[in-house]
Write a protein that binds this ligand. Structure first.
Ligand SMILES: Cc1ncc(COP(=O)(O)O)c(C=O)c1O
Length: 494
C-alpha cells in the first residue's frame, strides 16, 4: 500500500470535475479551479467507483434473507463502523445515525434529544462563530440561547473565548443543558479548542455537541479520551455532513453517546423501527441506531461516505492537515502583498490554527462582483456573501465596512455585509493557490478592466454585459440520457 503522503500527492486528480473546463469571458476554455469545498466537496472518484462495485448487490436493508439483502445489511453496518472508527469512537459507547442530507438534520435531532432527556435544563450555549444550522435549532428547542464570544475583536477575531464560556456556564449554573460548538468555522476555517471546551462544559454538567462539518475532512479528531492526545475530546455528540467529506449524495451523520439515545424516543415513526405492530399497539426494536432511522435509509450514500472516509484514513488526517496548513501559509504570505485585500479573523496560525478555508474582501469591489469576476475571467469557483453565519460575519466586518466602501450609507450595512470565501480541499494543490493569488493581483492592478463590464441587475446581482451561459450547453440531462440509452440498445456497445 502507498504511504499517506504519496497518496496525498496524487489525489488531487482523483476527483470528478478535477479536469472540467469552462469557457471564460475571453473565449478561452480553461480548467476550473474549485475553491468551494466548504460548501460541498467534489466527489472522490476511487471511493465512488468502489461504491458502484457494490451496486450489483444493492438491496433494501429492510430485506433480510436473500443474498443481496445480506450483503447490503453488512455493507450498511460496515459504513457505520467505518464512520465510528474514523473519529476513533468506541462502538460500545457511541452510536452512529445517518440522518438527512447534511449536518442540519443531525443537529436538529440532537437538540431535540437533549431537550427531551434533560427538560429541567433550558439554556443552550452556542458560539458567535456558528453556522445557522448550529444556532437556530438550539433556539427552537431551548428557552434561552446565549452566544459565547470569540477571542480578540473585529477583523482579528480568534477562536471561541474560553473565559467567556466559563463565565456563561457560571452565570447559568445548573441551567445549561449543552454547549454547541463548531469544530472549525465555515467562514474563517479557525479551529476551536474542543478538548478544552468539552472539559470545562462537563465540569459544569453541560453536555457538548460538536458540529464537525468544517473540521472532519481537514483535521484529526478522536472521541477516545486521552490526556496526551491533543486531538481527543470527550464529546457527547458529533455531527457532520457526508457531502463535505468528498461524498456528495451521502447522508448527514450524528454520532452520539448511546446512553443518551437510551433515554430517548424516536422522532419519526415508520417502517424498520418496529418489531410488532397491531391495530392498537406497536413495539419498537431494541437497536437504538436503527430506531432513529425510520424508513429506507440512504444505503448507497452511506457506503460511498464510508469508502471516502477509508481513503482519508489511508492518507491520514495528519497529512491532510499538514497539506492544508502549508497551502494556507503560502496564501496568507502572498495575499498580504496585495493592496486593499483584507483577510478576516486573526492570522496568527500558531495561536489560532485553521483549515484551508478563509474569507476576504478587496476594497472598492463588492464581494458579489469579485466572485463573479473570479468565475467569469479566471474560472475560479468561490462562494460569497455571509455563508449562513450572519452574526459572525457581521462582527468580523462591521468596523471595516466603510473602509471597503467609504460612500456606504449606514442603513445599507445589512445588505452590503459579505465576503468572498476560498476553501481548499484535497482536490487542490499549490498551483490552485498560485492561480488565486495571480487572479487577485491582476484584478487589483486594473480593476475597471473587469468591473466596468458588469451591470447590477435587480434579480441576478452582477451580470456581465456579454456573458450568456446556457447551463444546458454545459450539461444536458436529456442529451446524456439519449447517449447512454442508445449505447444500451446499440449491439456494438453491448
Ligand atoms: C459549520 C457548518 N455547520 C453546519 C452546516 C450545515 O450543513 P448541511 O447544509 O450539510 O446540513 C454547514 C454547511 O455549510 C457548515 O458549514
Amino acid at each position: 500500500m502507498q504511504s499517506g503522503k504519496a497518496l496525498l500527492n496524487q489525489i488531487s486528480q482523483a476527483f470528478y470535475g478535477a479536469d472540467i473546463k469552462y469557457q471564460t469571458i475571453t473565449g478561452k476554455s480553461i480548467k476550473r479551479i474549485y475553491l468551494d469545498s466548504a460548501a460541498s466537496c467534489l466527489m472522490l472518484k476511487p471511493a465512488f467507483l468502489a461504491s458502484t462495485q457494490y451496486l450489483p448487490h444493492y438491496a433494501n436493508t429492510h430485506s433480510e434473507i436473500h443474498n443481496s439483502a445480506i450483503v447490503s445489511n453488512q455493507m450498511y453496518d460496515w459504513a457505520k463502523q467505518t464512520v465510528l472508527a474514523f473519529v476513533k469512537a468506541d462502538p460500545k459507547q457511541y452510536s452512529c445515525v445517518f440522518i438527512g442530507s447534511g449536518a442540519t438534520g443531525g443537529i436538529n435531532r440532537c437538540a431535540q434529544i437533549m431537550a427531551n432527556i434533560r427538560p429541567n435544563k433550558t439554556t443552550a450555549l452556542v458560539s458567535l462563530m456558528e453556522h445557522h444550522s448550529n444556532d437556530l435549532p438550539h433556539r427552537k428547542y431551548n428557552k434561552k440561547v446565549e452566544h459565547i464570544e470569540c477571542e480578540d475583536s473585529g477583523i482579528n477575531l480568534g477562536s471561541v473565548c474560553i473565559k467567556d464560556l466559563e463565565q456563561k456556564l457560571i452565570k447559568h449554573q445548573g441551567q445549561v443543558n449543552y454547549v454547541a460548538i463548531t469544530g472549525a468555522s465555515n467562514v474563517t476555517g479557525i479551529l476551536n479548542p474542543i478538548k478544552k471546551i468539552s472539559e470545562i462544559s462537563h465540569q459544569h454538567n453541560a453536555l457538548v455537541i460538536v458540529d464537525g462539518s468544517q473540521m472532519l475532512a481537514h483535521a484529526p479528531i478522536s472521541l477516545t479520551r486521552s490526556q496526551n492526545d491533543p486531538t481527543s475530546a470527550d464529546i457527547d455528540a458529533l455531527v457532520f455532513s457526508g457531502h463535505k467529506m468528498y461524498a456528495p449524495g451521502s447522508p448527514g451523520v450524528l454520532i452520539i453517546k448511546t446512553k443518551l439515545l437510551e433515554q430517548s424516543q424516536p422522532n419519526q415513526m415508520g417502517g424498520g423501527i418496529v418489531s410488532q405492530v397491531s391495530k392498537g399497539h406497536f413495539d419498537l426494536i431494541d437497536d437504538l441506531q436503527a430506531r432513529e432511522e425510520a424508513g429506507t435509509p440512504n444505503i448507497f450514500g452511506a457506503v460511498n461516505l464510508a469508502m471516502s472516509l477509508n481513503v482519508l484514513n489511508r492518507i491520514t488526517m495528519t497529512e491532510i492537515a499538514h497539506h492544508e496548513s502549508e497551502l494556507l501559509k503560502y496564501l496568507f504570505t502572498e495575499l498580504s502583498k496585495i493592496d486593499g485585500l483584507s483577510i478576516y479573523a486573526n492570522q496568527d496560525l500558531a495561536k489560532y490554527p485553521r483549515t484551508a478555508t478563509f474569507s476576504f474582501n478587496l476594497a472598492g469591489i463588492d464581494h458579489a462582483l469579485l466572485a463573479a469576476i473570479l468565475n467569469d475571467y479566471f474560472n475560479i469557483a468561490v462562494r460569497n456573501e455571509c455563508f449562513c453565519a450572519h452574526p459572525y460575519v457581521r462582527e468580523l466586518i462591521i468596523d471595516q465596512l466603510w473602509e471597503l466602501d467609504p460612500d456606504l450609507p449606514s442603513e445599507q450595512i445589512e445588505a452590503k455585509k459579505g465576503m468572498v470565501r476560498a476553501s481548499f480541499g484535497l482536490n487542490n494543490t499549490i498551483t490552485d493557490a498560485i492561480e488565486l493569488v495571480n487572479a487577485l493581483t491582476q484584478i487589483v492592478q486594473n480593476p475597471t478592466k473587469y468591473t466596468a463590464e458588469y451591470e447590477l441587475t435587480q434579480s441576478q446581482g452582477y451580470q456581465h454585459k456579454t456573458k450568456q451561459t446556457d447551463w444546458r450547453s454545459l450539461f444536458c440531462p436529456d442529451q446524456m440520457l439519449n447517449q447512454l440509452l442508445s449505447q444500451q440498445t446499440d449491439p456494438q456497445h453491448s
